[in-house]
Each structure stands twice: as C-alpha cells, then as structure tokens.
Ligand binder design. Structure first.
Ligand code: ARG
Length: 402
C-alpha cells in the first residue's frame, strides 16, 4: 500500500457498494478529504439521492455533472464519424465514456485544489487504463489512487463487512449476477454466469432491447438525415445529439436491434466475454455507411476503412487524449465534409436494412453506371486500362509464374 501523502481526493463515484467503501477507505487510509463526483452520461438512474448518500458516507462535497450533451456531441459523434468498431463488433460504448468522466473529474480537482483523483475500476480491466491515461494526459503531476489495486479486500462480502463496521449506508441489494456499465450509448454486461463463453445470456438480463423474437411483426421505416457526417434529424424532425441517440435507442430497442455477444481482447492481455446492447448506435452505423456509400470517394473510403481498426484500438486502449487519435480524428473529419444526405432504414426483428439513400453531393451517377445505352462513358477505353494493368501479370507468367 502506498504511503504517499494526500490532502484532498476527487473520487469518480457511482453510489454503488465499491465506491461507497472507497470514500471511507480513502479517508481512513490517507486521512484525506474526499470529494465525490458523479457524471450523468445518461445511465438512466435517478441521481438526485446521490448527494445525500455520498455525504452520509463521508464525502465533504458532492458534484453531479450532467454531461449528456457533451458526451453525445464531442465524444460519441466523433467516434461515429470514424465508424469505430473494435474487433469487428464492439461499438465501444464504455471506452468512449471514460475519457469524459476523467476530464470533468480533473476539472473538479483543479477547481478544488485537490492533489489526487481516485476511481473504482479493478486492476484487471481496461477502465483503469482509460481513466489513468486521461488523468495523466491532462495533468502529469496528479496523484492517482486505485483502491482495487491497493487494498486487501478480496470479495464483495469483504466489502459488505466493511460497510457494516463503518456504518456506510448501502442498499441491501442482492448480488448482481453481472458487472453492468450503462450510459447513453450502450449497456455492457460482464462476469458472473457470463464468464462461460458457451453459456448464452438470460433474456431477463437485457435492459434496453427486446429479443428479435419478441419484436413487433410490423417493420418500422425511418429516415435519418446527416449533415457533414453527423446525424441531425429523424423523420424530418431535428434532434440534439443526445436526444437523437435516446430516440434511436427507444426505436431500436423496440425492434430488438443492437445486441452483441463476444469474447474480446482486453488491453491488459486477457480475453473476456462481454455482452452489449447498443440499439441507437447500431442504427447510426448503418445509416452513416449508407450516406457514405454515395458521397465518399473510393480511395478515401478504402483508406479510411483501413484505419478504423487502429482508431478503434486507440479508443479501446484508452488513448482518446493522444496525438495519434487526434491526428486520425482530423483525417476522419476531413473525409466527412461531403457526408450529407438522408438514409431510409427498415427496423425489423433485430435487423437494420437500408431501403434508400440520397445525397445532394452524391458521387453516384446513374447516367454513367447504367446498363442501358449511355453517352458519357467510352467502353473502348477499358481495353487499354485492362491491358496495361495486365502487363506485370503477363511478365510474371512469361517467367513460368516464378
Ligand atoms: N469490456 C468493455 C470495455 O472494456 C466493457 C467494460 C465494462 N466495464 C465495466 N465496469 N463493467 O470497454
């Protein structure tokens, strides 16, 4: 255990068992003042009672920051403009939240003259890395306390015993069968019975989507409008970034869209099984690609696509505040200048199907692509194109293919 001297700590607090214990443990271990801070990222919980709860637990002051619109506009939307997907399916709903939580936490630390920050992430996961890389990118001098890596508690029952000894108010909730992380973009589930990758999740686990089987037999068709890479309206009605995601979560959830079950590679080296619900984000990925298919130049699209895995790894591994992510973001955003238009989509039993797309600056030219007689494209020119491209193949063949 560290013996460093700490005067005042800002803790990323959720009101749950772990961070409640942390308030008390920090005070006991370091004799420091603890400020509790909770970011509202659209986790859909009633946060009103948190202030009182944190104070009762021993926090000297409590901050509850509504960051929903910032989260949507400055974090989720830039990530969506880049079409970020980790390992083929994970839409990074937890990874994108951490840098914002950390950034606001560091602002509070600065306002309060705190010398340390603390979080409740364990020593086995990605979240500790994401929080701490962000803290250090913002202030290299900040002291970081990660109690899960320091204290002697081994289990949930150790924590509960500690709350009893220290009169920490915790709701007597039954042990959650999974670790859940929820925000505006997604819900994630890990641990418990999900640790067996052969065991399918129980239907009752899902919080925001119905199963495709339980979805309505009637499809829903919607239109999403994009301007320079950002979704701005649904069915002709303008929405703010956060309310647009909320609306699509509701529509997508109703139609069983956006469930994913994977075994992923954590940055710390282990594999872990995760289940995600990202209804609105899934719809936005499909809609965005539909507009891009009309508006992006071929080489720009292919080059951009080749960089998605790297961009996604940067986010997953916690490098949101890094020169490499910022460099790629500039490039991604440059590609989005002409990504304006409308996608028409059908939502039906877990699927999002593109039914139509249009764009004022579409590069698709039916008069050129047509199978019918055209007056623009000279078919004869294709012969020289093919012959020159075949030159090196012919030379290789002349050498017997070696
Ligand atoms: N595995 C996902 C990620 O690393 C989700 C982590 C969820 N965090 C949690 N505390 N349950 O992004």
């Amino acid at each position: 255990m560290s013996t460093q001297e700490i005067k005042k700590t800002v803790l990323a607090y959720s009101g749950g068992l772990d961070t409640s214990v942390i308030i008390c443990w920090l005070k006991e271990t370091y004799g420091c003042e603890v400020i509790a801070y909770c970011a509202d990222l659209g986790q859909g919980e009633e946060l009103g009672h948190l202030t009182e709860k944190a104070e009762k637990t021993g926090a000297s002051k409590v901050y509850i920051s509504d960051l929903r619109e910032t989260f949507a506009a400055d974090y989720i939307f830039p990530m969506l403009r880049a079409n970020a997907v980790y390992e083929g399916v994970y839409l990074l709903g937890t990874a994108i939240a951490r840098p914002l939580i950390a950034k606001r936490q560091m602002e509070i630390a600065k306002e309060e003259g705190a010398d340390a920050v603390s979080h409740g992430a364990t020593g086995k996961g990605n979240d500790q890395v994401r929080f701490e890389l962000a803290y250090l990118a913002i202030d290299p001098q900040i002291k970081i306390i990660a109690p899960w890596r320091d204290w002697d508690f081994q289990s949930r029952s150790d924590l509960i015993a500690y709350t009893a000894e220290h009169n920490i108010p915790v709701e007597a909730t039954a042990e959650k069968p999974y670790s859940i992380d929820r925000n505006l973009l997604h819900v994630s589930y890990e641990g418990g019975i999900l640790e067996d990758p052969w065991t399918a999740p129980q239907e009752a686990m899902f919080a925001t989507t119905v199963s495709p089987e339980a979805a309505p037999d009637e499809a829903l068709t919607i239109e999403i409008e994009y301007k320079t890479g950002n979704a701005i309206a649904i069915d002709g009605r303008a929405y703010s970034p956060a309310s647009l995601i909320e609306k699509l979560n509701q529509l997508g959830g109703m139609h069983g869209i956006g469930r994913v079950d994977l075994v992923e590679n954590r940055y710390v080296g282990m594999k872990s099984r995760g289940i995600y619900e990202t209804p609105g984000g899934t719809i936005l990925h499909v809609a965005h690609r539909a507009i891009e298919s009309l508006t992006l130049d071929r080489e720009v699209l292919h080059l951009r696509d080749s960089l998605i895995p790297q961009y996604a790894s940067m986010l997953y591994n916690g490098y949101w505040f890094s020169p490499e992510r910022e460099m790629l973001q500039t490039m991604m955003d440059e590609a989005q200048k002409g990504v304006t238009g409308i996608a028409r989509l059908k939502l039906y039993k877990g699927n999002v199907t593109v039914m139509g797309r249009k764009a004022p600056h579409s590069l698709y030219r039916p008069e050129i692509s047509t199978f019918e007689k055209d007056t623009v494209y000279v078919q004869k020119e294709a012969e020289g194109f093919i012959r020159l491209n075949a030159l090196r193949l012919k030379l290789k063949s002349m050498h017997g293919g070696v």
